[in-house]
Every structure is written in C-alpha cells, then in structure tokens.
Design a protein around this ligand. Structure first.
Ligand code: 4AD
Ligand code: MG
Length: 430
C-alpha cells in the first residue's frame, strides 16, 4: 500500500492510498463519520461510511480521541469543497496510539497556557503555518547568498568576548574558567571574509536582554553576510536585494500558510526596490515633527521605530547613526566623524528594526582607540586586531534577525510565535 502525504494527494486521484497522521477533528452525521486527519503536510477530511469499513473500524472512527495517531486507508476522491481539493473515502482505519484527553481545546487559552504547552501548540494550523514561513524565510536568505557565490561559514557559539556590548552577555562555565554565548557571528565572519571574500554566517545568537518586549528573545537566529572590499552603499543594496528575494519566495511558496494566518499580502507585494533611505538625523526630524520626545544622539527605541516604520509603505533604511550609540567595530563616516557608517532596516507596518549592519573599521589604530573608548578588554580580541594587521581591507556586512523578519512577513505581533521553542527572559520551558 502506498503511503502518501496530504500535500501530494492530488497525484493519486482514484487510487487507494494510506495516510498517517493525527485526528485534528471529528464529527458524525447519520451513518457517516468525518475525520479531519492532519499529517504535518496538510489536513484532509476522511469519510468513514458504516457500510464501507469493518465494524471495529467504524467504532474507532466514532470514538477516537483528538490527537490520537492513526493510519487511514482509502480512495482519493476529488472534492471541490475541500481546501486541499480532495477527500479520502476510507476503507480501513488503524489506531497507532490513543491520545489522552488533549489539553488544548477549541476554546480560547491564554498565551501563558499555550506557551507552557508549546510542544503541543505547535500542532495547530496557525503555528504550523508560522514554522513553514520561517523555513521559507531561512531558505530564501541562504539561496540568495549561495547564488551570489557567498560561502556559508559557521561561527562558534562559545566565545571569549562580547560583540554587541557587555550588558547582554550570557556567561557559562567553561571548565575552570568561563565563556560567553555568542551575541553575533560577525567578528568571526570578518575573519572568514578575509579568507573567502564573501561569506555568511547563519546560526543562533544569544542576548541576556532584560527586555520584555514583543521584539526581544534571548535566543534568536541571525543570518550575517560579510564582504571583503565592499563598502557602505553596496552593502545597503545587498540587504535590499535579500529582503526582496525573501518576500518574493515566501509569497510564491507559502500562499497556503499566509492564507491560514489571514495575512494581507497586498502590503508584501509592495516590497520592491528601491526602499526609501533616510539618515538618522532625518529620522529624528520626522519623530520630532510627530511630537516624540527625542533628541539628536538618543538611540531609537521600539516606539520610535514603530512610528518611523508606519510612516512608510515599504521597508525603510536608516543610515549614519551617531557613532556613540553603535558598536565598537563601526567605521566612522569620513565626512562627519560623529557618525558611523551604520545602517538599520526597519520593517513596515510598525514592526521596526530587522537588520543592523554597516561598514567596519579597517584601521588598526582607530579600532584600538574605539576599543579603549568602549572600555573593552583588548586581550581576547587580539585575533580580531590581527585582521587589521595582515592585509586589512574595507569591508562591511549586516545581520538579519530571522524571528523579527518572520513576524513582519507573517503579520504577527510578537516574535515568540516565530520560533518553535522561544527563549524569553521569563521562559525556558518547555
Ligand atoms: O543590530 P544587531 O545587534 O547587530 C548585530 O548583531 C551585528 N553584529 C550584525 C552584523 O552586522 N553582522 O542585531 C542584528 C539583528 C537585529 O536587527 C534584529 O533583527 C535581531 O538581530 N535581534 C534580535 N532579534 C530578536 N531578539 C533580540 N533580542 C534581538 N537582538 C537583535
Ligand atoms: Mg541593532
């Protein structure tokens, strides 16, 4: 007997096949039982007629609890009313494992309860749709760089130093000493770019951020390209191209998940180059005009980013931030040394920053100065300084946070639903 998955069912019209999955729903009407079977690839209605199956199978269809696992055998029938276009006329039904009473019901549960049951909540169609979109976002980003000839390089998770400031480091025991979980693969990415030209690091990153906002996780995934001999403007173009590619691929490949989330895709269809580009100073002017209490020199927080990103109908690049509010590795703007060649990309519809990056300081002397200015210990960064000692070149890169990108594209409010098992300040379970 041929085992098929729901997404492939259209190729088997009129044939007898097997489906393996879980009972998502069940109802009865006279001598017919309707089982909604979910197999991870889709959900399909299986019709069990009292006269078409053995009495034990009919009884099973009558009583099988939600989320029990089963194997269904039947004939694939076209059905225009079905969301998948087909249903299964069942000839046999085998129980794999009977489920205990399922804790998640159709009624509204609070987010805390659902997060405590995240391992089960993932089975819901909405959560599954988010995971599909997430996978498509990651793949599109990888494909984009792979096709441009970038080499994928892994950066270590256990590191001796901070990359993005010392206030959000997770310290872990490392034999007699200690290590930190990486905040960004960037510094290693820079070393790899000097070896391989253009590279990207894609992996988990960690921030012990005491921020309970809809945008902050303590563990999140970042894709970080780094390019030797690239400067600021072309790096922004690269980010723009990547975002357009991601949105295009998700629209093409995730029509069904986007529908399941009731995402208004018209706003995504507008995501075409060029994106507007404004400087930090212009951003401050816009914010002041709108009555926000902000001064030149202040960092943009969640509220400011929301206002800016709602002011434009596509992603917005903000460039040339004050160097003082950016990381130590940022190159100064040669035209105005108060500024850094830094760029953030703010996603539209109020989602805020999804990309941070810019050109890196390539002068050994200047980098030594800023390290001191930031009060960072040089010792564990000598290797990084070596990159400026041995054939330093202009170079640049950026990091895209996958979860924030998925939240925007999927149109959901909080990043906690964009990763299978979110890690938040107050959540380490399950
Ligand atoms: O702006 P960030 O801190 O930049 C860097 O880490 C650079 N080293 C990247 C680079 O140039 N290679 O972080 C980059 C992105 C943010 O724009 C955001 O999308 C995401 O990472 N991010 C977070 N996502 C979820 N939770 C958090 N706590 C995040 N912190 C940053
Ligand atoms: Mg940032």
């Amino acid at each position: 007997m041929k085992w098929v998955t729901v997404d492939r069912i259209s190729g088997y019209e009129g044939e007898v096949v097997q489906l393996k999955g879980w009972i998502a729903n069940r109802r009865s009407s006279g001598k017919v039982r309707f089982l909604l079977v979910r197999d991870g690839h889709g959900t399909i209605q299986c019709v069990v007629g009292a006269h078409d199956v053995a009495p034990e199978a009919f009884e099973l269809a009558d009583k099988v609890p939600y989320e029990s696992s089963i194997v269904v055998t039947g004939t694939v029938k076209r059905d225009p009313r079905s969301p998948v276009g087909f249903e299964l006329a069942v000839s046999d039904l085998q129980l794999v494992s009977e489920a205990q009473p399922y804790p998640i019901s159709k009624k509204d549960h609070g987010v805390g309860f659902l997060m405590d049951h995240r391992h089960l909540w993932l089975r819901s169609s909405r959560q599954a749709a988010l995971m599909k979109i997430r996978a498509a976002v990651s793949k599109a980003a990888r494909d984009y760089f792979d096709e441009l000839g970038f080499t994928a390089v892994e950066a270590p998770i256990l590191t001796p130093t901070a990359c993005e400031g010392t206030t959000s480091l997770f310290q872990v025991g490392y034999f007699e000493g200690s290590a930190y979980l990486t905040q960004s693969g960037q510094l290693y990415g820079e070393a790899a770019a000097m070896a391989l030209g253009t590279i990207y690091v894609f992996g988990p990153t960690f921030r012990a951020e005491k921020s309970k906002t809809r945008r902050h996780l303590t563990e999140f995934w970042m894709i970080e390209p780094e390019m030797a001999f690239w400067e600021f403007p072309e790096t922004i173009d690269l980010a723009e191209g990547m975002i357009c590619r991601i949105v295009r691929d998700v629209l093409e490949r995730c029509a069904e998940p986007l529908r399941a989330l009731e995402r208004d895709v018209s706003t995504l269809e507008k995501v075409t180059a060029p994106f507007p580009r404004i400087t930090y100073s212009e951003a401050i002017d816009i914010l002041k005009e709108r009555g926000l209490p902000i001064q030149w020199g202040d960092d943009l927080g969640g509220d400011e980013e929301t206002v800016l990103s709602e002011a434009f109908d596509r992603p917005l690049f903000v460039t040339h931030y004050p160097a003082a509010i950016k990381a130590f590795y940022m190159k100064r703007d040669p035209n105005d040394p108060r500024l850094a060649l830094a760029v953030d990309l703010l996603a539209p519809e109020g989602h805020g920053e999804i990309i941070g990056g810019g050109q890196r300081e390539d002068s050994l002397e200047k980098l030594e100065e800023t390290l001191a200015l930031h009060g960072l210990d040089r010792g564990p960064l000598e290797w990084y300084l070596d990159l400026r000692r041995y054939g330093s070149v202009p170079h640049a890169g950026f990091g895209l946070g996958i979860e924030r990108c998925v939240a925007w594209i999927a149109g959901i409010h909080h990043v906690r639903e964009t990763i299978a098992f979110p890690r938040l300040m107050d959540r380490l379970y399950p």
